[in-house]
Write a protein that binds this ligand. Structure first.
Ligand code: NAD
Length: 482
């Protein structure tokens, strides 16, 4: 059977592009999941025009109308979790349980924002001047460009699109080139749930071609972007010229501290799940294991033992712990960093290609032992199943090493010492702190984001989302105004 062709969706209608690009299964490169008919700059501009045209009517819909659509879409996503999870695992390469979990998360996010939009978001108060009344209301921003990475093909789009729509904005959504199918399904579900034409538009196209239109056109009021630091920084420069509101969630270089007071079994599980889960392709992945002298050798030994039982294979095969790397480019990047670590003096455990597993991009999980915090492997984002170990004298040195990260998204500590845990929670310079938990794994009803190069602009998700997706209006009313 020939693969189905996916197109952009603009103004409620399919818009074929100029070229068809295969969406390839990273577990088996002979399997083409779909063909993406990719558009060009014209497609992006037409989508922005459609979103701008749809904005006045959509922004005046009632919260109940918007809530009902999001709720219906959330129900369909949840009802189709097995099927969409299978598609996601096939397209992106995370294991089926991880992929299904991500789909369920997307459904929960849609339902969360269906509820959020019905909550009060304004204020009414007395002025400091007698008799005058003040109201502070939240209004939609306008046309929002949503640009997303490949590693969470349905959850990240959902956590941007749901609040954008909930608060009355219209959207042009550009997913990553590697994962058009999950994106297409989400848009199809939302449109069939009752969105008027033009409220949510999908643009399939190369980032370098359609991206600049979606970030620099005067028709764009706000841009919410998740991706690499370099692309994000470029967008930030462009918005300096247009003045569009911008929110960036970028790379992560996340430390996990393991102190002499740690439960070592728990430490190994936190490291393994946080570092190798989703093939290490998570912005919150643990990548630097900062281990105090007292437990360093026993921790490394236990890690190597545990890595020996970590099963790598086709993402959709039951019992697999880790799927493939997403594509040849990412695989080359992972191997480059292993080479860099080796050249810096590290001993690499694992990290070899697994040719006999299948026709995919399979890499054994890797641990770089004997690294120093100022090595490149500990400063730059690898974005693969690669962790490094830094040996430190004590907790104070561990905290300093953890805080050396310039992409401080999520930092963790494993310890049974309450005072140490409390101190770390208070003094870590990360956007999110995990105590006796993997650095990856977050909730949708609380703010998400990092510090340093990792984030820019208001936090995403939970109650924080209202900040970016609305603009606040303060109105003063004189006494006696009819
Ligand atoms: P990327 O920056 O290469 O691409 C992200 C998106 O930007 C894609 O849709 C891409 O097509 C688009 N794009 C490319 N060039 C563009 C341009 N000039 N203008 C506008 N858009 C453009 O990132 P990626 O490789 O897809 O994703 C991996 C990165 O994402 C990692 O650095 C990871 O840490 C980061 N990430 C961050 C978070 C977070 O919340 N902090 C979450 C997930 C992933």
């Amino acid at each position: 059977m020939s693969p189905r062709v996916l197109t952009s969706v603009v103004g409620g209608a399919a818009m074929p592009g100029t070229e068809e690009r295969p969406d390839v299964n990273p577990s088996d490169v002979r399997d083409v999941v779909a063909l993406a008919s990719v558009g060009d700059a014209g497609t992006a501009q037409t989508a922005l025009d459609a979103a701008a045209a749809a904005f006045p009517a959509w922004s005046r819909t009632t919260p109940w109308e918007r809530s009902s659509i999001l709720d219906r879409a959330g129900s369909e996503v949840l009802a189709r979790a097995d099927e969409l999870g299978d598609l996601l695992a096939r397209e992106e390469g995370k294991t089926f349980p991880e992929a299904r979990g991500e789909v369920v998360r997307a459904g929960q996010i849609l339902k969360y924002f269906a509820g959020t939009v019905l909550q009060p978001h304004g204020l009414a108060l007395d002025s400091v001047r007698p008799g005058i009344e003040v109201t502070v209301t939240r209004e939609p921003v306008g046309v929002v460009s949503v640009i997303t990475p490949w590693n969470f093909p349905i959850a990240i789009p959902a956590w941007k699109i749901a609040p954008a729509l909930a608060f009355g904005n219209t959207v042009v959504f550009k997913p990553a080139d590697l994962v058009p199918a999950s994106a297409w399904e989400l848009v199809d579900i939302l449109n069939r749930a009752g969105l008027p034409a033009g409220v949510l538009n999908l643009v399939l196209g190369r980032g370098s071609v359609v991206g600049p239109v979606l970030t620099s056109s005067p028709a764009v009021d706000a841009i919410t972007f998740t991706g690499s630091v370099s692309t994000g920084r470029g967008i930030l420069m462009e918005t300096a010229a247009t003045g569009a509101k911008v929110q960036l969630e970028l790379g992560g270089k996340n430390p996990l501290v393991i102190t002499g007071q740690a439960d070592l079994n728990l430490a190994v599980e936190c490291a393994i799940q946080g570092g190798f889960g989703s093939t290490g392709q998570r912005c919150t992945a643990s990548s630097v294991l900062v281990v105090t002298e007292a437990v360093h050798d026993s921790f490394v030994e236990a890690m190597i033992r545990r890595m020996g039982s970590w099963r790598v294979g086709d993402a959709r095969v039951e019992g697999i712990d880790m799927g493939p790397v997403v594509d040849p480019g990412q695989l080359a990047q992972d191997e480059d960093y292993l080479g860099i670590a080796r050249a810096e003096g590290a001993e690499i455990i694992g990290g070899h290609r697994l040719e006999d597993v299948g026709e995919g991009h399979f890499l054994a999980p890797a641990l770089a032992v004997g690294t120093s915090i100022d090595h490149r492997i500990n400063k730059e984002e690898v974005f693969g199943p690669v962790m490094s170990v830094v040996r430190v004298a004590d907790y104070e040195e561990a905290l300093a090493a953890a805080n050396a990260s310039t992409m401080n998204l999520s930092a963790g500590i494993v310890t049974r010492d309450l005072a140490e845990a409390a101190h770390f929670r208070r003094h870590s310079r990360a956007g999110m702190v995990m105590v006796n938990l993997p650095t990856a794994g977050v909730d949708f009803h609380v703010p998400f984001g990092g510090r340093g190069e990792s984030s820019h602009g208001p936090r995403e998700q939970g109650t924080a989302a209202v900040e970016f997706f609305t603009t606040s209006k303060t109105a003063y009313t004189a006494p006696g105004t009819p």
